[in-house]
Ligand binder design. Structure first.
Ligand SMILES: NC(=O)c1ccc[n+]([C@@H]2O[C@H](COP(=O)([O-])OP(=O)(O)OC[C@H]3O[C@@H](n4cnc5c(N)ncnc54)[C@H](OP(=O)(O)O)[C@@H]3O)[C@@H](O)[C@H]2O)c1
Length: 398
């Protein structure tokens, strides 16, 4: 049966018109590759980036979207000039990206921007009834509670792209969610899994950017090295699957073959496996609930010895900081995310050391004045306040 026939049966199995926010990044580019290989009826109708206007222009010439958005206004003006011959509508600024997310004619919006920038476009897409393929975990980290209050049905509208959450999502299909005992998110352990605390002090950005299994954008790569990424994933899973934090655990599995597991009350454990290749969960998010063939490398279990160990929370305190912020609720996770974004940036610029990242985040969290049941404005304020506070603390403590 072809995809077009599926459409003619009236079963809405394919959401062919796609808008990609963050199309110039690691996930965005892989999504374009997947869509290219899937072919018609998949169609790109919108793209966005922060300031990579040249890459965005190349993508526009290849995929011919109707609308694009660039965060940076000056770059957007240059893009508009360069794209004069194509008649693409160019939107600008944060508002431009949010209105693209809400007003696009897409059936599915893939949110693949990085950090806090994903929250407002995700809200905008969901509020206008669009399905969202969510790579930007930070949207749920900072705004999960807000989303569940403002859009109670959001869980039916979001399909996860993160490989761990895609794994859990697939393990839960057709299951009674009331019978879940716990979920286990696997983590590779990152490039510094075997370093001593003393060695962590000397870890350089170049070393931290070399992830053993995954090729990703800089922020998530550093977050993988500190285990903050896993902490964010715990919070993301809690909102996505409606589970208390106590029922979400993390296990180090350096081979990244088992992407995550669900344990049910009868002792059955379902796991989803595959090669560490983000194109697979991206493709699943686009073709769900169907599957399509592809030519990505297949998993060969004979080539792997699967091992597991608990995370070392002493050497990698970011994981516990995420649990703490999640338990505190309110704007605490917005503070956590903002402090982490700035700390990672300062580490990459050589201003602070690797093991200063959790130290400064903890100090910022300690001073945070939590706001329960936050509005969007409360979250934005908590974000700004945490960023400023962390920078001031670094300046003070050197
Ligand atoms: N990469 C992975 O394998 C992976 C796996 C699982 C989950 N994720 C999640 O997916 C998201 C994207 O990660 P990534 O690795 O693809 O990041 P990335 O390579 O750094 O790409 C980020 C994208 O977002 C755009 N962007 C950055 N800041 C922005 C802002 N303030 N406003 C609007 N757009 C902005 C960038 O545009 P410019 O090019 O103009 O800077 C780029 O298109 C993150 O939330 C990450 O945690 C990633």
């Amino acid at each position: 049966m072809t995809r077009n026939t599926i459409f003619k049966t009236g079963r809405e199995l394919v959401l062919p018109k796609i808008c990609i926010l963050g199309s110039t990044g690691s996930i965005g580019r892989q999504a374009l590759e997947v869509i290219n290989a899937l072919g018609p009826p998949y169609e790109i109708v919108g793209l966005s980036a922060r300031n990579s206007y040249k890459k965005l222009e190349e993508q526009c010439r290849l995929y011919r979207p109707k609308q694009v958005a660039l965060n940076n206004t000056e770059d957007a003006a240059l893009l508009k000039e360069n794209l004069g011959d194509l008649g693409v509508e160019v939107l600008t600024g944060d508002e431009g990206i949010s209105s693209l997310a809400g007003d696009t004619e897409a059936d599915l919006v893939l949110v693949a921007t990085v950090g806090f920038s994903g929250l407002l476009p995700t809200l905008s897409a969901l509020k206008s009834g669009k399905k969202v393929a969510l790579a930007n975990k930070e949207s749920l980290v900072v705004g999960g509670e807000l989303l569940s209050r403002e859009i109670p049905q959001f869980r039916e509208m979001v399909i996860p792209v993160d490989s761990e959450h895609s794994a859990i999502y697939q393990c839960l299909l057709g299951q009674n969610k009331e019978k879940v005992k716990k979920i286990t998110l696997t983590a590779s352990g990152g490039p510094f899994k075997n370093l001593y605390t003393e060695q962590l002090k000397e870890a350089t950005p170049a070393q931290a950017l070399k992830h053993p299994n995954w090729s990703m954008g800089p922020r998530i790569t550093i977050d993988s090295a500190t285990l903050m990424n896993k902490g964010f994933e715990v919070l993301e899973a809690s909102w996505l699957f409606g589970l208390e934090l106590e029922r979400i655990e993390v296990m180090i599995h350096p081979q990244s073959v088992i992407h995550s597991m669900v344990e049910f009350v009868d002792g059955t454990v379902l796991a989803q496996m595959g090669t560490p290749d983000m194109r697979v969960p991206i493709q699943y998010a686009l073709t769900h609930p169907d599957r399509e063939p592809n030519d990505f490398p297949a998993l060969d279990l004979l080539k792997h010895q699967l091992t597991f160990e608990p995370p070392d929370k002493e050497r990698f305190p970011c994981l516990d900081l995420a649990y703490q912020a999640g338990k505190a609720g309110g704007t605490s996770a917005a503070c956590l995310n903002a402090a982490d974004e700035v700390a990672v940036d300062l580490f990459l610029k050589g201003v602070i050391r690797f093991n200063d990242i959790p130290r400064y985040i903890e100090l910022t969290l300690k001073e945070h004045e939590n706001v329960e049941e936050p509005s969007v404005d409360d979250i934005i304020e908590a974000d700004w306040e945490a960023r400023n506070r962390l920078v001031k603390t670094v300046a003070r403590l050197g």
